[in-house]
Write a protein of this length. Structure first.
Length: 755
C-alpha cells in the first residue's frame, strides 16, 4: 500500500493570495495528533507525529480498522459519544488511548470522521472557579450601559480567564476593515486601542472559516507544521479542516503575527445576524496553550457580546432613535390635502431632516422638484437620480460616498445620500455634506502584502499611519435608514392616494360634463326640431302665399312679406351661429395662460362702444386681477355678460353696470374647490326670481318670450362653459325689478383642475 502526504504546496502569489486554500492545508499544529476514519471506521488519514503521543506510527495504522488498532472499547465509546449528539466543540471526550489520557475533539468532514487528540491537561482548572468568574462577570455586565463599556469588560474578563498578554475586541465595518474597539493588556505593552486594520489583513476565506469555526488557537508561532498522510488511492485527495482545532495556519498569517512579535493567539468569532461582526483576539508574546475548559469560558465571553449588541447599540443610539421616532410620528400623522400642495408643506417641514439627521432633502413628484436645506442643483439631482437608478435594489439606495459613482470631474456639495423610489420616476432623496475625518491605521493599509526577492510577506511595520478621508459623509445608521424607508413608504401611499383622488375627480368631472353634454344635446335636438323649424315654416308659408297670389298682391305687401322672410332667416342664422360658438368651446386647460382682465375689459368696452352709446349705459370697473384663462374666451365672457345686462335693462332707468373684484387675501370655497379670484358684474336691470338662478345658465333657456326679448338663450350657457374650461365656475343672484349680479370665479393658479 502506497502512502503520501496531502500537504498543500500551491505557490501563493499576489494574484491568488486572497484565494489561498487555507481550509485544506494538509497539515496540523504539533500540540496534538489527528486521525481521519471512514464511515466503516477504517483509518484513512493520520498525522506524522502520532508516534510522539502513542507507541504507533502512521505507517502502521493507515488502512487498518480503528477498533483493531485502539481497542473495541475505545471504538464503542467514541461511537456512543457521536450518537449522543454532544457538541464536541463544547465538551471534548476524555478518553484513554493505549494507556495515555487524551481529550478528543470530533467532527465530520464530508464522509470522514476527524478525531483530534490533545494530551489531557494535568493542571485542569476547576469548573467551579470558572463558574464563579462568569457569575461575577454577569453581575459586572449589568452595570454597563454602552456597547463599548461591555466590550471593555469582556476584554478584561477574557484576559483574567485565559491569561493572555493582550485581549482585543476587534470590530468590522461594512467593508470588513477592522477597528480595535476595546482592549485590555499588560501595562508595559503599547496599546492598540482605536487602531484600524485593512480588510486584507483578514481575507475573505479567513472570514468564512471564522464563521464556520468560532474558536481558533495557535499555540506556538514557531511551530513546524505536521503533515497528514493518507493512502495514495485518489487524485487530488485532501481533507477539509474547516472545523479543526489543530489545523495548520497560512504561513503568511503566521509571519504577519511574528512581525507583530506575537508568540501565540486565541481568536473567538463574534457573529451577529448571520454576519461576522468582529473577533475577540487574544495575543501572547510567548508560546501558550489553554485547556478546553478555559477555551469554553473564553468562548462564552463572546456569546455575552453578541447577545447584547442590539440592546447596547440601541442604548448608544437612544437619543438618535428617539429623535427619529418623533420625526416619523409627526410626518406620518400630518393631515394633508390630496393634491400637489402637500409636497411644498412636507419638504420644508424640519422633521423631514430630523427623520434621518440629514442636511437637505428633495422630492421629485409629477415632474416637479421640491427642495429644502443643503441639496445639489436640480440638474445635478436629475443626474444623481439617473445614475443611482442603476444601483437601486427594491427601490432603495444608500451611500456615504456619492463620489464613488461619478467621475472625478463631477463635483457635488453633498457626499452622502439615502434614495427612495416613489414609483413612476418619482423619488425622495436625503443628503449629507462631506465630513473630513482622520483614521489611524496600524501601518500603511496599501502595503498589507509585500513582495520581495524572497516571495510574499505581510507588512512588518505597524507604526501608526494617518489617513485623511475626504468625499465622505458620516455613515447613515440602520435606524436612520429604516426611518427613511418607513416614511418613503408612507409618502408613496400618499402619492397613490393623490393620484387616485385626481383620477376620481377627473372621472367625476367627466361624468358631470357628460351629463351636461347629454342635456345640451337634448336641447340642441329640441331647438333643431322647434326653434329652427319655426322660422323655416314662416318662410315656407310666406313664400307659398306669395307664389299663389303673386298677380294680385300689391308691391307693398310683397315688400313686407320679403322683410318677414329676411327676419326669419336672420334669426335662424343667429341661432346657428350661437350653437356653433357653444359647441366649439372645449373642456380643456391645455392652453391656459395668465390673462390681464384689465386689458380684456378695455378691449371689450372699445368693441361695444356703439352699443353703450345707443343704450346710454354707464360702465364702472375697478382694478381687475390677472387670472389663468384663454384670452379670446375671456373677451367672449365679458362681452356676453355685458350684452346680457344691456338686453335686460329696465325701461324706467338708464343701465348702470359695475364690475368689482375680490381682494388678494380672500378665498372662496365652493363645492370642495378653492377659488382665489372672482369678478362680479352688477346691473340695475329687470332682475329675475332667484329660483331660476341655476336654469338661466342652461342652453336655450329663456325666462321671457321671443317677442319681448330677442335671443337664442345661448349667451349665459356659453359663459358657464367658458368658466368650466378655465377650471372656474359662475353663479347669479337676481332681484326682480332691481337688477342682477353675475359672479365668475377663477381657481388659484396652483390649483387649476384638469378636466
Amino acid at each position: 500500500m502506497k502512502l503520501r502526504d496531502i500537504v498543500n504546496r500551491d505557490i501563493v502569489t499576489l494574484t491568488n493570495c486572497e484565494h489561498e486554500p487555507i481550509h485544506i492545508p494538509g497539515s496540523i499544529q504539533p500540540h496534538g495528533f489527528l486521525i481521519g476514519v471512514t464511515t466503516d471506521w477504517t483509518i484513512d488519514f493520520c498525522t506524522a507525529n502520532i508516534s510522539t503521543f502513542v507507541d504507533l506510527t502512521y505507517k502502521e495504522i493507515i488502512g487498518k480498522e480503528f477498533g483493531a488498532t485502539f481497542g473495541n472499547h475505545v471504538h464503542e465509546t467514541i461511537v456512543k459519544y457521536i450518537n449522543d449528539g454532544i457538541n464536541q466543540s463544547v465538551f471534548p471526550l476524555e478518553i484513554e488511548l493505549l494507556g495515555k489520557l487524551f481529550q478528543l475533539s470530533i467532527h465530520k468532514s464530508n464522509d470522514i470522521y476527524v478525531l483530534e487528540a490533545e494530551p489531557h491537561f494535568r493542571s485542569r482548572e476547576l469548573l467551579a472557579d470558572l463558574y464563579l468568574q462568569n457569575i461575577q462577570f454577569i453581575t459586572d455586565m449589568n452595570s454597563t450601559r454602552t456597547l463599548q463599556e461591555l466590550c471593555a469588560l469582556v476584554a478584561k474578563g477574557t484576559r483574567e480567564i485565559a491569561g493572555y498578554d493582550r485581549v482585543m475586541i476587534y470590530r468590522f465595518d461594512e467593508d470588513y476593515n477592522g477597528e480595535v474597539f476595546a482592549e485590555d493588556c499588560r501595562e508595559d505593552l503599547e496599546p492598540f486601542l482605536g487602531l484600524h486594520y485593512p480588510h486584507t489583513d483578514i481575507p475573505v476565506q479567513a472570514r468564512e472559516l471564522y464563521m464556520k469555526n468560532q474558536l481558533r488557537l495557535i499555540v506556538d508561532m514557531d511551530y513546524e507544521p505536521v503533515p497528514i498522510f493518507t493512502v495514495d488511492n485518489q487524485e487530488n485527495k485532501n481533507l477539509d479542516l474547516s472545523l479543526s482545532i489543530l489545523r495548520s495556519t497560512s504561513p503568511i498569517h503566521v509571519q504577519y503575527l511574528k512581525n507583530m512579535g506575537v508568540g501565540a493567539t486565541l481568536t473567538i468569532s463574534l457573529i451577529h445576524h448571520g454576519r461576522l461582526w468582529g473577533l475577540i483576539a487574544c495575543h501572547h508574546y510567548s508560546a501558550k496553550n489553554i485547556s478546553p475548559e478555559i477555551r469554553l469560558a473564553a468562548k462564552l465571553q463572546g456569546q455575552f457580546i453578541t447577545s447584547q449588541i442590539d440592546l447596547r447599540q440601541s442604548t448608544d443610539e437612544y437619543e438618535i432613535a428617539r429623535k427619529t421616532a418623533l420625526a416619523l410620528e409627526h410626518l406620518v400623522g400630518l393631515t394633508l390635502p390630496l393634491d400637489h400642495l402637500p409636497f411644498e408643506i412636507i419638504v420644508t417641514d424640519p422633521e423631514l431632516l430630523n427623520l434621518c439627521n440629514a442636511a437637505g432633502v428633495s422630492i421629485y413628484v409629477g415632474g416637479e422638484m421640491y427642495r429644502y436645506g443643503l441639496t445639489p442643483s436640480e440638474d445635478q439631482i436629475s443626474k444623481i437620480s439617473e445614475e443611482i437608478s442603476h444601483h437601486v435594489r427594491e427601490g432603495i439606495f444608500c451611500t456615504n460616498k456619492l463620489a464613488d459613482y461619478f467621475s472625478e470631474d463631477e463635483k457635488f456639495n453633498v457626499a452622502g445620500i439615502i434614495y427612495h423610489s416613489l414609483g413612476n420616476e418619482n423619488n425622495i432623496i436625503w443628503y449629507r455634506p462631506e465630513n473630513i475625518s482622520e483614521i489611524n491605521w496600524a501601518g500603511d493599509p496599501v502595503k498589507a502584502i509585500v513582495k520581495d526577492s524572497n516571495g510574499l510577506h505581510p507588512r512588518n511595520s505597524f507604526n501608526i499611519w494617518k489617513q485623511i478621508v475626504k468625499n465622505q459623509s458620516s455613515r447613515w445608521l440602520h435606524l436612520e435608514i429604516n426611518a427613511a424607508a418607513s416614511y418613503a413608504h408612507a409618502l408613496h401611499n400618499q402619492i397613490i392616494m393623490m393620484m387616485l383622488s385626481e383620477e376620481e375627480e377627473k372621472y367625476r368631472n367627466q361624468s358631470d360634463v357628460l351629463k351636461e353634454t347629454n342635456a345640451e344635446l337634448e336641447n340642441i335636438n329640441w331647438i333643431s326640431t322647434h326653434d329652427l323649424q319655426e322660422p323655416l315654416r314662416k318662410i315656407q308659408l310666406i313664400i307659398s302665399k306669395l307664389l299663389g297670389e303673386i298677380d294680385n298682391v300689391p308691391a307693398q305687401s310683397v315688400f313686407d312679406s320679403l322683410l318677414r322672410v329676411s327676419n326669419s332667416a336672420n334669426r335662424m342664422q343667429t341661432l346657428l351661429q350661437d350653437i356653433l360658438k357653444y359647441t366649439r368651446v372645449k373642456y380643456t386647460t391645455d392652453s391656459l395662460q395668465k390673462v390681464d382682465l384689465n386689458a380684456i375689459m378695455e378691449s371689450t368696452i372699445s368693441e361695444m362702444k356703439e352699443v353703450f352709446n345707443e343704450s346710454g349705459a354707464v360702465i364702472e370697473y375697478e382694478n381687475l386681477p390677472e387670472v389663468y384663462g384663454i384670452n379670446f374666451l375671456m373677451k367672449q365672457l365679458f362681452s356676453n355678460i355685458l350684452q346680457n345686462s344691456i338686453k335686460y335693462a329696465s325701461p324706467d332707468r338708464l343701465p348702470v353696470i359695475k364690475i368689482t373684484a375680490s381682494q388678494e387675501s380672500e378665498i372662496y370655497d365652493h363645492a370642495n374647490k378653492i377659488y382665489c379670484n372672482w369678478i362680479t358684474f352688477t346691473d340695475n336691470g329687470i332682475g329675475f326670481e332667484q329660483e331660476y338662478a341655476a336654469s338661466i345658465f342652461k342652453i336655450f333657456t329663456r325666462l321671457h318670450t321671443q317677442e319681448k326679448y330677442s335671443g337664442s338663450g345661448v349667451g349665459l350657457a356659453l359663459c358657464k362653459k367658458i368658466m368650466q374650461t378655465c377650471g372656474g365656475t359662475i353663479k347669479a343672484v337676481g332681484v326682480p325689478g332691481q337688477g342682477t349680479a353675475i359672479t365668475v370665479y377663477f381657481p388659484c393658479d396652483h390649483l387649476i383642475p384638469l378636466i
